[in-house]
Design a protein around this ligand. Sequence first.
Ligand code: C2E
Ligand code: MG
Ligand code: MG
Ligand code: MG
Length: 289
Amino acid sequence: LAKRSGRNSFRFYSKDLTASAEERMRLESDLRRAIERGELELHYQPKVLLDSGAMIGSEALLRWRHPVMGMVPPVRFIPVAEDTGLIVELGRWVLREACQTAAELNADGRIPHKVAINLSVKQFQSAGLIKSIAEILEETGCRAEWVEIEITESLLLDQKDETLHMLSELRSMGFSIAIDDFGTGYSALNYLARFPIDTLKIDRSFINSVDKRNEELVKAILSIARCLGQSVVAEGVETTEQAAFLAANGCGTAQGFLYSKAVPKGDIMALWRRSPANGFDPAKIEFRG
Ligand code: C2E
Ligand code: MG
Ligand code: MG
Ligand code: MG
């Protein structure tokens, strides 16, 4: 019996492995064609000021509408894109699309709307990143001041001079730099003093739990940011209690399902047109579910 179940479980195991390897290959070859087939879309999740609820920007989040599998979430295809190097091409598409949207959102010249764009470590390792970003600004008429670049702690892990130079150059072009998922990486904190970082984005795992210890950690992160003159965005805010706690402890900006999920370009344009400068308060009218 033991032998039989052992053999069975081995069979299931190897079958699962085959399936997932197959799925990866499938995703990879489909992903290669996704751009030209127009299957990719960028959605935008509003960022709001915690005290007033006013929208001040958004984060561009990639969506893939697969013809057979439907919406494939980024957690499934971004790692495949990173392993195969496809992320460089995808990332360039994302940059161009997001900068185009930022240019349109800011066309009326009232208060700036900053679009945050996620960049993978692989993009920083590829040749010509800065040059291609400069070209995209030129092409789209987007100003660097309208864009925040989100990086992860893993980019800063080995504290390379090369990385420092690239971030400094992006900063001097006018981009702001945010650390995404702050507090979940394995980096030493001393990178915060060495690298030019404007914003810490507190990972949603700290926000979503009502745990007392997490509250203390959030306060500690807010205090670090205050000392270093950085702004803070809390991600994954889902309840009014979480928003109240963050506001009471001096967190400036929030993003989360409490306000809105990521929406298509047309919707973010419409929301922005009706946002506070035009007498619209998203916190009171449209975003809250
Ligand atoms: P991220 O950059 O940390 O983005 C935030 C993720 O949290 C998004 O998931 C967003 O939809 C989700 N989220 C926002 N508010 C809430 C909330 O209140 N509750 C919950 N449960 N989730 C919330 P999404 O869009 O599935 O993206 C997942 C990750 O995929 C992103 O995490 C980012 O690391 C990566 N990603 C997405 N788009 C891009 C891209 O264009 N380039 C790169 N390199 N990575 C991307
Ligand atoms: Mg992000
Ligand atoms: Mg994040
Ligand atoms: Mg996160």
